[in-house]
Design a protein around this ligand. Structure first.
Ligand code: XMP
Length: 318
């Protein structure tokens, strides 16, 4: 019978047999479940010879980089946090097309990750948090009729640095990954985090991206996500977030006419993200979130709720 404890024991033993006693291992951490569980498993096997690299692309949720880095360090992981926000904003400057934005983000990620990886002396392995569903079907990414693997593909690094690939979660389904993570002591907030796209808020700011728009969206998104937690709704939806629309609309505040940004809220129920229904969140809840965003986030004067299901609408707007 499969148990997470048994899986941990056998995987740790296998990793210790496979990875040489002086070999260093590099792993890109995203704050998501898979890479975090892979890190804990490798850490159990080889301790500080696992070198985690966590890149802040400037497109994460509000305070996510600091809080996740803190959690990793609390778990004893050897992790380097790299704040590369400016490099990403520079690469994104003037780009509005979703695919061009994805490419710029992916390219910049590889540059930053490669630079950090080259600093690890004695690196022999690149670890990846690939899980079984990734093996049988690549994550579908929107593009001109193509299905390609998402940003986790780190390009030419393995050949360049002569690294071998190690994927300790390759045989696991998502629920098994969570059980293994729980056994290894991964905190609840990482274990039960919603899926979050690699390009992050970069594909939730429609049109071009600026640091100022990121701050605006982070603030609105944080209000929404905090409220989902407060009302016990976070774990009832599969994914949720806010989208900054590239339009302004007229509003009124006191005696003043305003002309400000619109935010759309998106929350879906789903099993695997391939199909999804818009989450039927209570009206009272939506009203509260709308009021809080408009009152607390300067620059937003209108909130709308996305009631489209997938298909034909996708979960993300870009
Ligand atoms: P869609 O929008 O295609 O999203 O219905 C399905 C799931 O995939 C995520 N997604 C991405 N993940 N890179 C990623 O790593 C991407 O470019 C990307 N685009 C969409 C999306 O958040 C949802 O969970």
């Amino acid at each position: 019978d499969w148990t997470p404890e048994h899986y941990v024991d056998t995987a740790v033993a296998a990793l210790q047999r496979t990875i040489g006693p002086d070999d260093q291992v590099i792993l890109g951490l995203s704050g998501g479940v898979d890479s975090s569980v892979a890190a804990l498993l490798l850490h159990r096997a080889i301790g500080p010879r696992l070198h985690g690299i966590f890149v802040n692309n400037g497109l994460l949720r509000k305070e996510e980089f600091e809080s996740v880095l803190h959690s990793y360090q609390g778990l004893g992981l050897n992790v380097t946090g790299v704040d590369a926000s400016e490099a990403f904003y520079d690469a994104l400057k003037g780009l509005s097309d979703p695919e061009q934005k994805r490419k710029a983000i992916g390219r910049t990620f590889i540059e930053v990750f490669d630079r950090e990886a080259h600093k690890v002396e004695g690196a022999r392995w690149l670890a990846q948090g690939t899980i079984y569903p990734d093996v049988i079907e690549s994550v579908s990414v929107k593009g001109p009729a193509v299905t390609i693997k998402s940003h986790h593909n780190v390009g030419g690094l393995p050949e360049q640095m002569n690294l071998k690939i190690v994927e300790p979660l390759r045989m696991l389904f998502k629920d098994e990954v969570r059980e293994v993570g729980e056994t290894l002591g991964l905190p609840h907030h990482i274990l039960h985090r919603h899926p979050f796209p690699g390009p992050g808020l970069g594909i939730r700011i429609l049109g071009d991206i600026t640091a100022e728009k990121v701050r605006l969206l982070q603030a609105a998104d944080a209000v929404f996500i905090d409220a989902l937690h407060q009302h016990g709704l976070y774990e009832k939806v599969w994914q949720a977030g806010a989208i900054l629309l590239p339009i302004q609309s007229v509003g009124v505040m006191g005696d003043e006419r305003t002309y400000e940004q619109v935010v759309a809220l998106r929350a879906v129920t789903s099993v695997d993200g391939m199909t999804a229904d818009w989450a039927h969140l209570p009206y009272e809840f939506l009203a509260e979130v709308s009021n809080r965003i408009i009152n607390q986030v300067r620059g937003i004067n209108r909130v709308v709720y996305d009631i489209s299901s997938k298909p034909p609408a996708t979960i993300e707007w870009e």
